[in-house]
Design a protein around this ligand. Structure first.
Ligand SMILES: NC(=O)C1=CN([C@@H]2O[C@H](COP(=O)(O)OP(=O)(O)OC[C@H]3O[C@@H](n4cnc5c(N)ncnc54)[C@H](O)[C@@H]3O)[C@@H](O)[C@H]2O)C=CC1
Ligand SMILES: N[C@@H](CC=O)C(=O)O
Ligand code: NA
Length: 433
């Protein structure tokens, strides 16, 4: 056997949805992966919480480690795959221990990379090891590879993504079936999309982890959760989904990273996307990313962003890259050159907005509303009034022309102070991507 043909011996920590998927692909595609990677990918050791659980895969020939960190020290393990989750705890300990030993580390853990990406990339690059995390963003879509390699010739100007399968699945079923939020979330958990703590999904934190990673690859900044403004989908009401449709939009939770004059803006929020835009067509657990770059223009990536098969597909692709000896800096430029991300004030955001108000149904109300907008210099693009809101009064829904977020916030404050306004206004951004 040539040196190159020596098997790559793998230890996997975490045998849940993704871990079991990885075991299945390695078993199903042994020859294919060996042909593509130039060496056989051989699973030799595993670690999980419960040794006796039946996972529907044969683990009998594998070494078992009660402590996942022990995988790193094993002489028979060349590469460690971490599929436990969590930004700290055993995942971080295992990453540090593996890379310190100069062994390559593959993970699907976006929380780990978003919080400790620079430290781990520095360690990997010092030790000549690979740190790979294709599965961490948009599951099976090769978006990390696309940004790091395929778009390397371009200056990137913006990245917009539907990056959380759970939220997109919930919004899709709320729209299609009129189901309540909680019922659909339970289904997303059953399918295996949701995080161990599903509030990470619905409060936008998971999307924020992924956005921080994409921003780093796109703009050469270190992954930084501190500068990310995060909003989730808890406040999205069925009525907003309906009004958005009437106005020609669909509501999507977006991760946004874009180059502004003052620096890179990174945010997560639910936004109205025009029905004809590629992101509006993305339904269910599917993810999609739109990248704008100077020479190539717009590129669009779509596919399964969560679940056993798609996520494991990305993990195993990283293992094939490790087998091939594909190197290069983790985030596309050396870790030491990653710039510190600057905080861009949310108020600087320029865009168009959707506002829904529940107001008294009496003469003079519209005049009060338009006066409040006028005082802040906000111009109306469209306005509709619909009878009988739940809880009394009527809904007034409007969209604005381009304005800045400071003006919108000041307008919302004025609305809240009006006697005719019966509850806190709902505001959503509109994204023409
Ligand atoms: N499920 C999905 O669709 C996707 C998941 N991911 C990420 O992949 C990772 C794994 O996710 P899932 O497979 O869904 O999680 P899971 O909850 O199904 O599995 C986690 C596994 O880790 C094991 N584990 C937990 N604590 C441990 C410890 N201290 N020592 C050893 N093993 C331990 C558990 O026993 C279990 O086998 C997470 O970082 C997640 O964010 C990324 C993309 C998609
Ligand atoms: N919980 C995540 C899993 C993939 O990253 C999601 O729902 O997208
Ligand atoms: Na991916």
């Amino acid at each position: 056997m040539k040196e190159k043909d020596k098997p790559i011996k793998i230890g996997v920590a975490g045998l849940g949805t993704v871990g079991v998927g990885v075991v299945k692909i390695l078993a199903a595609h042994g020859d294919l992966l060996a042909a593509r990677g130039g060496a056989r990918l051989e699973l030799v050791a595993v670690s999980a919480r419960d040794r006796n659980r039946d996972r529907g895969v044969d683990l009998s020939a594998l070494a078992w480690c009660d402590n996942p960190v022990d995988l790193a020290a094993r002489d028979d393990v060349d590469v460690v795959v971490e599929l436990i989750g969590g930004s700290d705890g055993p995942a971080l300990a295992l990453a540090r221990e593996t890379l310190k030993r100069g062994k390559s580390f593959v993970t699907a853990n976006k929380a780990l990379i978003a919080h400790h990406g620079k430290e781990l990339a520095t360690l990997a690059e010092e030790k000549g090891a690979s740190l790979r995390f294709e599965a961490a963003v948009a599951g099976g879509i090769p978006i990390i590879k696309s940004l790091r390699e395929g778009l390397a010739a371009n200056a990137i100007t913006g990245v917009h993504g539907i990056l959380n399968g759970t939220c997109n699945y919930i919004l899709t079923r709320m729209e299609r079936e009129g189901l309540p939020f909680g019922e659909v979330l339970a289904d997303a958990q059953r399918i295996g999309y949701a995080e161990a703590d599903p509030s990470f999904d619905i409060d936008g934190i998971d999307t924020a982890h992924k956005t921080a990673i994409l921003a780093s690859l796109a703009f050469g900044t270190e992954p930084d959760m501190g500068n990310l403004a995060i909003e989730g989908i808890r406040t999205i009401a069925p009525v907003d989904i309906d009004y958005a449709a009437e106005l020609g939009f669909r509501i999507k939770l977006l991760g946004v990273a874009r180059q502004m004059e003052a620096g890179v803006e990174t945010r997560v929020y639910p936004a109205l996307v025009p029905l004809a835009a590629p992101l509006a067509q993305v339904m269910g657990g599917t993810n999609a990313v739109v990248v704008h770059a100077d020479f190539v223009g717009r590129t669009v990536y779509e596919g399964a962003g969560a679940g056993e098969g798609p996520t494991a597909s990305a993990v195993v692709a990283d293992l094939v890259d490790v087998a091939r000896g594909c190197g290069g800096p983790t985030f596309g430029i050396p870790a030491g050159s990653l710039k510190t991300a600057k905080a861009i004030p949310a108020d600087a955001h320029e865009g168009t907005y959707y506002i829904r108000l529940r107001v008294e149904d009496r003469p003079g109300v519209m005049a009060d509303i338009t006066a409040a907008l006028g005082r802040e210099g906000v111009s109306i693009q469209s306005l509709l009034q619909r009878g009988q809101a739940a809880g009394g009064g009527v809904y007034v829904v409007l969209t604005t022309h381009k304005t800045n977020e400071a003006a919108i916030k000041a307008t919302l404050k004025r609305f809240t102070g009006l006697d005719c306004v019966l509850e806190s206004p709902t505001m959503l951004r509109i994204e023409e991507v």
